[in-house]
Ligand binder design. Sequence first.
Ligand SMILES: Nc1nc2c(ncn2[C@@H]2O[C@H](COP(=O)(O)OP(=O)(O)OP(=O)(O)O)[C@@H](O)[C@H]2O)c(=O)[nH]1
Ligand SMILES: [Mg+2]
Length: 315
Amino acid sequence: MECEQLRDIVQNFRVHPQSAQGYNRVLLQLFGYLGHGKSSFINSCKFVLDGEYKIIAEAGIKDGGLTMERKSYRVTDSITLVDNRGFGFMNDFEKIEVCAQLGNFLPLDETVVWREDFGDIVARIEDADMDPNYSDYTVPVFIYSVQKMIHTEEEYEVKRFLKVCQEMTGIVPIVVLTHKTSGNYIAMEQKFKCLGAEVVIGVENYTSDDHRKTRGKHMGILNILKNALEDVQFHVNCYRDLRRERIERKKFLLRMVHDSVTAKKQKEDMEREEASRRPHHRYSVLFGLHERHSGKGQPTSQRLETEPKSTCEIL
Ligand SMILES: Nc1nc2c(ncn2[C@@H]2O[C@H](COP(=O)(O)OP(=O)(O)OP(=O)(O)O)[C@@H](O)[C@H]2O)c(=O)[nH]1
Ligand SMILES: [Mg+2]
């Protein structure tokens, strides 16, 4: 298929009203680690669809950390792309936030904070039920740069998370491999397929430094959009009980929150216990020196001048 044809398909896509079940917008929600090219992908999509290169999503720090807000960009009448704050370590609380977004439990266009407080997280999820969103069909898109090495521990995390995203949206995330020509793209594609991805597509994003049009880059970007739309079409053709699905997702999400908060507390308790078992700590408690050692009460400079030696020095 030629580029023009592909672009027309994407631009003219509408969810068929008879099968739409109330959906009127496709949300391609991007997520991934810091600096892997999420914002650049949005600029690239806009360029390919509009024909003019403009930076609509701020991009540009090599190691990431630039995008802090989850921001939506309408690129056609039916498709909106959602940029997101990048994961630092993909820890449990970062994952919970992204899952709540994917399940349409959080409003768009807000600053993203990785919350760790049980009450806080649950309150926000409950608030979403004031005005439940049944009109957006979410397609998860995981952005990963071929330039980065995926470590073995990370592989397990990514595999689990791709599954969780499917749980929250009904769709296996599309994996977009950026910086396609700067690493071993074939090996990375294989790896992601082994981790459970069904569709893996490589792209070389257009950037502020290099936005000379190429057929390959255009086709890569359009293929991702077309794949996302085919996923939507496939799923809206099946009957879905949207209210029931939303309830099940909420239960899943709340279980995730509960498990993560419990695991965090257990870890903190273990660390505290471990610390209290260290001989140095036992001595300091025994001699009543631990408060002085930890510097409670006085500024460091005064303590050093006026107090006896800490347990560290005694031992
Ligand atoms: N060569 C090349 N550079 C890219 C590609 N994608 C992104 N970049 C560059 O990589 C850097 C980070 O890209 P961003 O789009 O800001 O990444 P991000 O995932 O949005 O990052 P944060 O929002 O900061 O987490 C920028 O300097 C981009 O120009 C790509 O496919 N090829
Ligand atoms: Mg960004």
